[in-house]
Design a protein around this ligand. Structure first.
Ligand code: AMP
Length: 469
């Protein structure tokens, strides 16, 4: 056996602390209630509108995004995390969800299912973008896709869903709508735009000058003030729509009027990705004059920081190798939604709050408490504990902090007597009860607060009663 080398004596240098990558974000437990709030609401909405959850991989063949999102878009040109895998294939972390959902629709032959197929997703996406408030390099989006139907009622219903998701969460938002027409009418419009901007090129920002030939419609939603001024007088797509797109758009708006969803016609709304056709829309937060910098340190968002966006992509299924199939989708950002909820101090409910605290004194009591915790939890109670603590005082302090209604205390005396103490945390009154009856005793008391009634009636036969003779 090789002789072990004695460790070299070198001066201990402090190790460099590894930090979060730029543009990334840790979600800490204190934010969890916001995520639960959003996810619960999304799951309910998805069910109500008949969407099935789909999970696609974080990583896909790079070609999927090049063909769908478009090779001349900012996302594909500058923002994708692209690398070669060990097999030499070019793969990318998904920068958005629609392309993967459409790939899955084709790959799993969903065309043979009753149409439209309604799919819902939620997950992380990646864009190597310039980090700023509300803009991360890994962020979460939820999305709703309706594939296989072209009727304008579908467009209106999806906008209604998106709008109601925010309105239901008490977030004041506006629905911005536009139509960018068929690819043919867009080609005509692009020419008109290039013509308009040609003589004004010198007033454009550097990015827009680059975009002018490749993607002139992006000039309309550039955030640079000079470019915004020029966009005001630029030709409007609505004047270049073909008859079919125009008719479709009018019907979408009629349906929205019918369900009384307010909307703003926004002729400069173009969306950044190549796959859009016809109806496009975004959800913007209403300006919030009252807010100071965000609770997470973020600076106030402008009204143009969309909470989400979507639109028709009637040619995408075919572009990705499927049959011609009309479709429409919406994707919303979760972090931006949380920023708005926090900035507007919108109540999202109390979150998880334990109602019982189990306190113990001594090694034997600790063992019994460990079992009691599990029995009560399985019986449907929300229980908290701090089993590693020895003294009663820190345990009571924690019970107080958590706002539990009762503390259940097992000390040496209770161990000997086969009893347990129930302490009302509000009044401080303590009662000794038979350990075997603990479940019924606790239940009786919690009912007083109306806490247990909400659970569907009967609590399962408590094993605690049998397990602790
Ligand atoms: P998009 O696919 O760019 O239309 O994005 C749809 C929504 O996702 C946006 O309105 C944002 O709410 C959110 N989103 C997009 N990019 C980011 C990002 N880099 N960081 C945080 N949220 C984002």
């Amino acid at each position: 056996m090789p002789k072990e080398e004695a460790p070299k004596k070198t001066a201990e240098r402090p190790k460099k602390q590894i930090q979060l990558l730029r543009g990334m974000k840790d979600v800490l437990p204190e934010e969890q209630q916001y995520w639960d709030f959003i996810q619960d609401r999304l799951a309910t909405i998805a069910q109500a509108y008949g969407f099935g959850l789909i999970k696609t991989p974080l990583i896909e063949e790079t070609g999927l995004f090049v063909r769908s999102v478009g090779k001349d878009t900012d996302i594909v040109e500058k923002e994708m995390y692209t690398f070669q895998d060990k097999g030499g294939e070019s793969v990318s972390l998904a920068p958005e969800g629609t392309a993967s959902v459409v790939r899955a629709y084709i790959e799993h032959g969903m065309l043979s299912r009753p149409q439209p197929v309604k799919l819902f997703y939620i997950g992380p996406f990646f864009r190597y973008d310039r980090p700023q408030a509300g803009r991360y390099r890994q962020f979460y989006q939820f999305g709703f896709e309706v594939i296989g139907e072209r009727h304008p009622v579908i467009d209106a219903q999806l906008m209604m869903l998106a709008y109601n998701f925010y309105a239901g969460a008490k977030l004041p938002v506006s629905l911005q709508v536009n139509s960018i027409g068929s690819p043919e009418s867009r080609a005509d419009y692009r020419k008109a735009l290039i013509e308009y901007y040609k003589s004004r090129k010198n007033s454009l920002c550097e990015d827009c000058r680059q975009r002018l030939q490749k993607n002139p419609m992006r000039l309309l939603d550039c955030k640079v003030p000079d470019c915004q001024v020029l966009a005001q007088d630029a030709p409007q797509i609505i004047d270049h729509l073909d008859e079919e797109s125009n008719k479709h758009f009018v019907q979408v708006l009629e349906h929205l009027d019918e369900v009384e969803i307010p909307y703003v016609l926004n002729s400069r709304l173009v969306r950044g990705l190549d796959y859009y056709t016809g109806t496009v829309f975004e959800i913007w937060p209403e300006p919030n004059a009252a807010i100071a910098p965000g609770t997470d340190g973020s600076v106030k968002q402008s009204a143009q920081s969309a909470l989400g966006g979507g639109g028709r992509y009637d040619t995408l299924v075919e572009t990705l190798g499927g049959q011609p199939t009309p479709a429409i989708g919406y994707a919303g950002g979760i972090e931006r939604c949380i920023i708005e909820l926090k900035d507007r101090a919108i109540s999202i409910g109390a979150g998880y709050r334990p109602e019982l605290f189990i306190a113990q004194l001594g090694a034997l009591a600790r063992k019994k408490a460990l079992k009691l915790f599990e029995d009560l939890r399985q019986a449907g109670f929300k229980v908290a504990e701090s089993f590693a603590k020895d003294g009663l005082k820190p345990q009571m302090e924690l019970a107080n902090k958590l706002g539990t209604k009762y503390a259940l205390i097992i000390g040496q005396k209770e161990m000997m007597d086969g009893t347990i103490l129930i302490r009302d945390m509000e009044s401080g009154i303590q009662e000794t009860v038979d350990f075997q009856k603990i479940t019924a005793e606790v239940r009786k008391r919690l009912e007083k607060y109306g806490v247990v009634e909400k659970r569907d009636g009967k609590i399962p036969t408590p094993s605690a009663d049998q397990a602790h003779p």
